[in-house]
Design a protein around this ligand. Sequence first.
Ligand SMILES: Nc1nc2c(c(=O)[nH]1)N[C@H]1C(S)=C(S)[C@@H](COP(=O)(O)O)O[C@H]1N2
Ligand SMILES: [Mo]
Length: 333
Amino acid sequence: MLIKNISNGFVHPVSSEITPASVYSTRRQMIRAMAGGAAGATLAGFAARDVFSQTATQRPGKLAALATTKTAVAGGVTMEKPTEYKDASTYNNFYEFGTDKSDPARNAHTLKTTPWTVEVEGLIKKPGKFALDDLIKLSSLEERIYRLRCVEGWSMVIPWIGYSLSELIRKVEPQGSAKFVEFVTLADPKAMPFVGSRVLDWPYVEGLRLDEAMHPLTLLSFGMYGEVLPSQCGAPVRLVVPWKYGFKSAKSLVKIRFVEKQPGTAWNKAAANEYGFFSNVNPEVDHPRWSQATERRIGEDGLFAKKRKTLMLNGYDAQVGSMYAGMDLKKFF
Ligand SMILES: Nc1nc2c(c(=O)[nH]1)N[C@H]1C(S)=C(S)[C@@H](COP(=O)(O)O)O[C@H]1N2
Ligand SMILES: [Mo]
């Protein structure tokens, strides 16, 4: 059955059975069915080449499986070939474990993810502490293939598992005064060798405007590639905000706080002229030290690998662009 939500452009093929996330051939069939069916209009925007380029990706078989009941198609990115798991899990930014891309995979095994609780507090009617299992069960898990564009100029395509953060936000009932959401991550100096170092202010914090946090694309993610998140990718729960530079997608969340004023964020505090609060992917606004017009896809390195053009709002303009109507994106970068 296809459920189309006109307002946000989503097309959800809903299955009554649990479909293993690793069955990409099923997705290929589904995409074909959709292209010829009710969702044809939505898919017309995709190049046929992209629609059929999806190649089979096996579940890596390294961590516990995390089944999804729905597969969501969000934006044009879904049709891109996912980055290899080995690349996505060894080339990371997670400064609590070191500043080198290979440090998190090497060091994050010290992260203890059980027990884990996420505190939801601030300007809401129903504050509370969620044990991880309860948080996972709060809504049905979907697989969503999103492109993530790092501010440093590389990108990846990841089959994330999670649900829209809006599901949680609705349950805790924000008060009228809540205008922003602050995301606080774990800062445990015993498990995280770089917490205490002077690179960043700890804990690593991030923030979104309430409408951004409520946007259906904003994902509360518990897994990737059909399995729970590896520690270096932000286990056991992280944010994925696909139209913003990677650093907005805070890893290993422990607190979600509803506030009235725009919260300080880790990278903005470190260098306000380089990292704004919004940090929307924007090929037209250069980083002070480099261009943001192109990107390198992880796994396509090599001397002759062609750079890709970075898309406005990382390719999600149609879904999220209206939230920034009338805003000068050079000023609010
Ligand atoms: N807690 C925390 N979250 C974080 C970071 C970090 O250093 N600490 N790095 C960010 C940056 S800069 C990027 S690009 C993404 C990278 O996510 P990935 O390693 O899963 O690709 O995580 C973001 N989330
Ligand atoms: Mo990043």
